[in-house]
Design a protein around this ligand. Structure first.
Ligand code: HEM
Length: 400
């Protein structure tokens, strides 16, 4: 992605219905729950209040003490740690709550939907969204050149925490953890906005080194690679979903985006709006980068340490199947034509059988089942193990 600025500012603006364009339906402006701010531009909106606080905390060398203090802050119902520097406690007290428009009944249904469809979600978030993040150039370069890029296993574990808490049956309840996890992530993003512009390596590769990373626009793009992508694939695979399920799943992501600091007027109101935006702001920016190729290799290589019950060739072909051959080629994923044939015929049959739409167990059923179980174990072990690395605020960038 070479010239994000003008073209994407316009396309995101059009997708959001903020810029008039004959062909663009005003995506969700009409049903906005929050106050509309016509003309606001998500590519130039960050998270001012917490960005200021975290910049001061970093400059004062106070990040280690903040990390220590937030370590025991885990459940949504836990009190925010007091005495954090720079007004951070007061800030966190203000933002660590659900927005007024959050609908608990919908969030509970979303949790139930996540449980019912977890088979597909493991595959789609893990092998689809995870690898797609490596061909979103701004994200790949940020992740690679931030401190966490040097240890992808650790980073993947932390990211799993977010997905796990979001999908958990009580993720949004006082005994759940998602509100806290999202707020810790918000602090990490604020720190990254201060740190990356000081990395000579990031500056050398950034499409616009003078622009602060992780804008509201960037977060929307990443949301599309997660929630919108998963929703699209579930539909493509004809996984049965009720209209209420679909709405609830979107709602959980809307609340997540809010907690990550995306302004309400930018959050898609409907799946139709989300898909339209995704076509405008995600699909056109996908591209290979050196950083992304390395990250993808790290991520897929992680699985070599775990027995997923399938070969690396099979994994490569599954990634190609969910993302496209073009992306597979960008990432240099070695072909395995026998595995490709099995994935292309076996996976749709597997889905149909699981959903009770096919009476006979298809060829390859156990292979897919084993892969999903192994992915689930990887996910659950990482997250529930007492040695799990909690989300911590970085103090610097990747050294080189
Ligand atoms: C950190 C999730 C958007 C770049 C994190 C972490 C989580 C997370 C859970 C903490 C784990 C860790 O420290 O590795 C998300 C979600 C997003 C999103 C759910 C949107 C829906 C973005 C975007 C970018 C980005 C758009 C860049 C363009 C980073 C970086 C880190 C980070 C550089 C810090 C890694 C480090 O510690 O060095 N994100 N993120 N994120 N995120 Fe995001």
């Amino acid at each position: 992605m070479s010239n994000l600025s003008r073209r994407n500012v316009l396309s995101l603006g059009v997708a959001l219905g903020l810029v008039s364009a004959a062909s663009a339906a005003p995506a969700w402006a009409s049903a906005a729950a929050g106050p509309a701010a016509p003309g606001a531009d998500p590519w130039w909106v960050w998270d001012d209040e917490v960005d200021r606080i975290m910049a001061a905390v970093l400059e004062a060398g106070q990040v280690p003490s903040v990390n220590t203090a937030i370590r025991s802050w885990v459940n949504n119902g836990d009190p925010v740690p007091g005495g954090l520097p720079g007004g951070l406690s007061t800030y966190l007290q203000k933002v660590s709550r659900l927005p007024s428009w959050a609908d608990l009944a919908k969030l509970r249904l979303a949790a139930d939907f996540n449980r019912r469809k977890d088979t597909y979600l493991f595959m789609l978030y893990g092998l689809g969204s995870g690898i797609m993040s490596t061909v979103i150039p701004r994200e790949a370069k940020s992740v690679y050149w931030s401190a966490g890029g040097a240890d992808m296993q650790d980073r993947a574990a932390k990211t799993f925490t977010f997905g796990y808490d979001l999908s958990d049956h009580n993720g949004f309840e006082p005994a759940g953890q998602f509100v806290v996890t999202a707020n810790k992530t918000r602090l990490v993003h604020a720190a990254v906005r201060h740190l990356l512009p000081r990395s000579p390596h990031w500056i050398a590769v950034a499409d616009e080194p003078n622009r602060i990373p992780i804008s509201n626009g960037d977060i929307l793009v990443t949301f599309h690679s997660l929630g919108t992508f998963v929703h699209k694939k579930l539909r493509e695979w004809r996984v049965p979903m009720s209209a209420q399920d679909e709405a609830a799943f979107l709602h959980s992501w809307q609340v997540a985006m809010h907690l990550l600091g995306v302004r309400e007027e930018f959050i898609p109101r409907t799946w139709a709006a989300a898909h339209a935006q995704s076509e405008q702001v995600l699909t056109p920016v996908l591209a290979p980068t050196r950083e992304g190729r390395e990250l993808a290799e790290d991520l897929l290589g992680l699985t070599a340490q775990v027995d997923l019950g399938v070969t690396r060739g099979f994994l490569n072909e599954f990634v190609r199947y969910v993302l496209s051959d073009a992306i597979g080629d960008w990432l240099g994923l070695r072909r395995d034509h026998a595995a490709a044939a099995l994935v292309r015929t076996g996976w749709p049959a597997y889905v149909a059988f699981r959903e009770g739409l096919l009476p006979v167990m298809p060829v390859g059923f156990y292979l897919f089942d084993q892969l999903i179980r192994a992915l689930a174990m990887l996910f659950l072990n990482k997250v529930t193990s007492p040695t799990t690395t909690p989300i911590t605020i970085p103090t610097g960038n990747r050294p080189g």
